[in-house]
Design a protein around this ligand. Sequence first.
Ligand code: NAD
Length: 255
Amino acid sequence: MTDGTAVNDFHGLRALVTGGASGIGRATAELLAARGASVAVLDLDPSTVDKPLRGYTADVSDDASVRTAVAAAVADLGGLDVLVNNAGIGAQGTVEDNDDDHWHRVLDVNVLGIVRTTRAALPHLRESAHAAIVNTCSIAATAGLPQRALYSASKGAVYSLTLAMAADHVREGIRVNCVNPGTVDTPWVGRLLDAAPDPAAERAALAARQPTGRLVTADEVAGAVAYLAGPLSGATTGTALAVDGGMQGLRLRPA
Ligand code: NAD
């Protein structure tokens, strides 16, 4: 029985968010901090990160830089309870449009980046009584989107990796879940829209394609990440939470 006031309280918990200087990661880091967590942001360029967030420079495609940054962050935070593996890059096109180097690059960041930060964080998470990992996946993992072969393959791997990690670490008390965002209004999507001949028209067309008629906000994804990272989701592991305005699940009739 609850009194109806239960919230995910992060006071006393320590969190590390990769790709936390922008977009979904930034919103997540700020939300966790607002709910009481001590939060470290790991990013290529954390110079825009303000207090109370703490910024650490690292490239998730470089194992040495990840190990150095995670060690420094954990030392400053005094331990680690929550790891949000969010850093990622996009890629467009079919299998014919990207050469092997580009495939390796995107998989290196989007998939191996998670492997590297998780490997560095696990010894510390094992010391926590509330350990949780949340990976930023995408509806591209399961939706069959056109012109997204490489990106979709990378997020499909993130989804499988989430399930495998959840199985490997459940007996250690470490929960692992992912969020599957749809089209989120972040600087990344802004850059894609800006490259279109008519960004405003492209934005309106993109919004019209969403069942909700608008893009998802970074704060809405952050809310889902915070749910999966916090004590209220203590019985949830090995799941993907869609935050996609209904894109994946709904089959609307044409208007
Ligand atoms: P963003 O570009 O606004 O932010 C990404 C952040 O990750 C940046 O701060 C960037 O510096 C950092 N980053 C990129 N490569 C890195 C690396 N090698 N090492 C360390 N940091 C790195 O993007 P976003 O839209 O907030 O996307 C964040 C995550 O959400 C990504 O994993 C992306 O695949 C996923 N996602 C985004 C959308 C969307 O529509 N925006 C949809 C589904 C999933």
